[in-house]
Design a protein around this ligand. Sequence first.
Ligand SMILES: [Zn+2]
Length: 403
Amino acid sequence: MSYIFKENLVSSSKYSIKCPYPMKPRYVVCHNTANDASATNEVSYMIRNNNSVSYHLAVDDTCVIQGIPLNRNAWHAGDGSSGPGNRYGIAVEICYSKSGGSKYTAAEENAVYVMARLLYQYDLGIDALKQHADFSAKNCPHRIRDEGRWNSVKTRVETVLQAIKEGRCDPKLSSGTTVILPPYSPGDESPSLPGLKFTVKVICNELNIRKEASFTSQVVGTVKKGEVYTIVEVSNGLGRLKSGVGWISMGTDYVEKVTVDSSSTSTDSFSSFTVKVICNELNIRKEASFTSQVVGTVKKGDVYTIVEVSNGLGRLKSGAGWISMGTDYVEKVTTTSSSSSSGYQVKIVNCSVLNVRSGAGTSYPVVTTVKANEVYTIVDESNGFGKLKSGAGWISLSYTKKI
Ligand SMILES: [Zn+2]
């Protein structure tokens, strides 16, 4: 889900009625409208009438509408002209609370992100999140209170606030996004193809981190000049950060390669695997570099064995050269490692806890975890993941050692 953010600010000629005092916010105050009108209609009514009733934001299932500047007070908390709610609280009205239902549920979810972003913007902790009822004797937010869900709403806001602080959620109120990325965990560090891992240094002042491998994907954070990152996958000219936070441009104006992680490219620890070409034509390059001389091409549907990976390119077993390992260009077919039908044993290494997922990839949910030095039998392999014989799920083989 997401929302569209719009301003429909009250005319400054009405400040004396709607928002007479400058304000440095100390609270975010949650309300339910007790009405079934949209955010657009609520705010246009509020700024049009001449009652000393006002609030900063109305949130519905699709929109967030701002009616009062956030640096001015509003009359919403029922605690008088000098009450802390009215003088220091940013009021967030959640629409459609009278009848409830799916539109209300969606409005409340949007409001959770709005309230978290406001707390973050004003450097406030979760305890600054208040109910209207904290300031005066009114049963508001009525639906949340009647359903006994205030603590749960507060927890949801806290989760989003934490995600914003960790760079896993867009902090901007106007962004309209209502997604948070999963927290970093060692099990998420699985390259899409074995062995692809290299380090880059940021050489421009600031570089966006994007949620997906696309230059138009949502910006979820930035990296700064001089910082060094490990890249575990390359796609569309972007590299996936090992931390799991997102993707950064691999453009040579922005990053420069530092070192190759020799442990992942040395031939003695590398098992060959097979890829199928999924783009129409793909260059074969002489060396493991995208700027190296083109010595031939491979075609869609062709299948090749890769015996080494470096810089995002894979060396063809034939010795003809190197091809891109980008997931837009090739897909892994099978591994040619010595796994037999009865499976093989691995020990968990290089991490303290490793996620077990319901499928072979980081997009699958985590079902449980395993711990360092534990030994498991792997009965199938896919996408760099191994299937546990127990049937519990799949683990990243990057954090295992065959025994
Ligand atoms: Zn209220």
